[in-house]
Design a protein around this ligand. Structure first.
Ligand code: UT7
Length: 327
């Protein structure tokens, strides 16, 4: 039996830190509101209009190559999860491949919004288990600031920019990706989307005037689904694998709102001390939030540790992964 194992992690956040205080000078908001309602204090922003998500992804890959000694020429498949591609086409993955020296490999993007890392991980898992590839990189690269409307106090405080990348290889031991569960409910579209810029509503002077190239979110409706769905899918994957708090070393939830994380922790019965949270420093970095947590906490993981990863995002998409840490 071949398992797919994460064997290394790279990450990157841009230098500029946008604090709640600075936001409160730009719009009618306060540090107190953002901290109590969402749990964010600051977020990192890529303040260079000439650089897109691929720049963040490239940095994360270079960090991964340096840490693991992997050669770009060894990579057989590069999957980039992003909702903020450099361009509608070609893929952001193809740019990352070009700029990191990956040749002779398929490089593709997938779009599952904030659940993109889990979806890409599942694709890599299936390729490895099928014996098709031996070195796959999954990178989540998100320049969320590009689609954040800094005139809209409902969404402006929420998002940050970041990238995280993992190397996935086969192993014959019982470690790595043990189980996954992913869902989509297209009804969620109406609550969370970008109104224009795609083929259903092409960019025009009018769409720009109407500010339709930013995140549109009905916060409360999304909140209600996120609280229930992320908690339920985490409980589902634990229950069907007979995992309880005693078995779990860490829970790594998507970082969208501290209150959503708290609800997930309560439903799973996992001790809150085992929950990895960094939303206060990075905000919601969409699909990059889970790999960013892995990257920051790598030194705390031991081989064989059981990790539950869980995410919820636009689509709606949501899911959970049970991972046995590999090193
Ligand atoms: O990434 C995956 C998908 N996204 C999510 O999971 C996000 C889910 N949604 C949320 O996390 C929350 O709904 C938000 C953080 C987006 C909003 O929090 P909320 O508790 O749902 O606030 P609300 O939208 O119901 O607004 C409550 C009040 C309103 O004022 P009134 O009508 O009660 O007078 C808003 O106008 O707070 C006001 N408000 C603000 N006040 C100060 C909204 N944004 C702000 C702000 N500063 N930035």
């Amino acid at each position: 039996m071949i398992n797919a194992v994460i064997t290394g992690i790279g990450g990157y956040v841009p230098d500029y830190i946008l604090t709640n205080h600075e936001l409160s000078t730009m719009m009618d908001t306060t540090d107190e509101w953002i901290t109590t309602r969402v749990g964010i204090k600051e977020r990192h922003i890529l303040r260079d209009d000439s650089k897109g998500a691929s720049f963040l992804g490239e940095k994360a890959l270079k960090n991964l190559f340096e840490k693991t000694g992997t050669k770009p020429s060894d990579v057989e498949l590069l999957i980039c999860a992003t909702s903020t591609p450099d361009h509608i086409f070609p893929s952001t993955a193809s740019k990352i491949a070009e700029n990191t020296g990956i040749k002779g490999a398929l490089a593709i993007d997938i779009q599952a919004a904030c659940s993109g890392f889990l979806a890409a991980l599942e694709i890599a898992n299936v390729y490895i288990k099928a014996g098709k590839h031996k070195k796959i990189i999954v990178v989540s690269a998100e320049k969320m600031s590009y689609m954040t409307d800094y005139q809209d106090r409902q969404t402006a405080p929420l998002f940050g920019d970041a990238a995280g990348a993992v190397l996935i290889e086969p192993a014959e031991e019982s470690i790595g990706i043990m189980d996954t569960q992913l869902y989509t409910d297209g009804e969620g579209f109406r609550h969370l989307h970008m109104k224009s810029g795609g083929s259903a509503s092409a960019a025009s002077y009018e769409t720009v005037d109407r500010r339709e190239h930013y995140v549109y979110q009905e916060g409360q409706a999304v909140f209600k689904h996120a609280v229930v769905d992320m908690a339920e899918v985490s409980a589902e994957i634990m229950e069907r694998n007979n995992l309880t708090d005693n078995d779990i070393a860490f829970l790594i939830p998507h970082q969208a709102n501290l209150r959503i994380i708290d609800a997930t922790v309560q439903r799973t019965g996992i001790n809150p001390d085992k929950v990895i949270i960094n939303i206060d420093r990075y905000g919601n970095t969409s699909s990059a939030s889970i790999p960013l947590c892995l990257w920051e906490n790598e030194k705390n993981f031991k081989k064989g540790d059981n990790l539950i990863l869980t995410a919820f995002g636009a689509g709606f998409t949501w899911g959970a992964v049970w991972l046995k840490w590999g090193y």
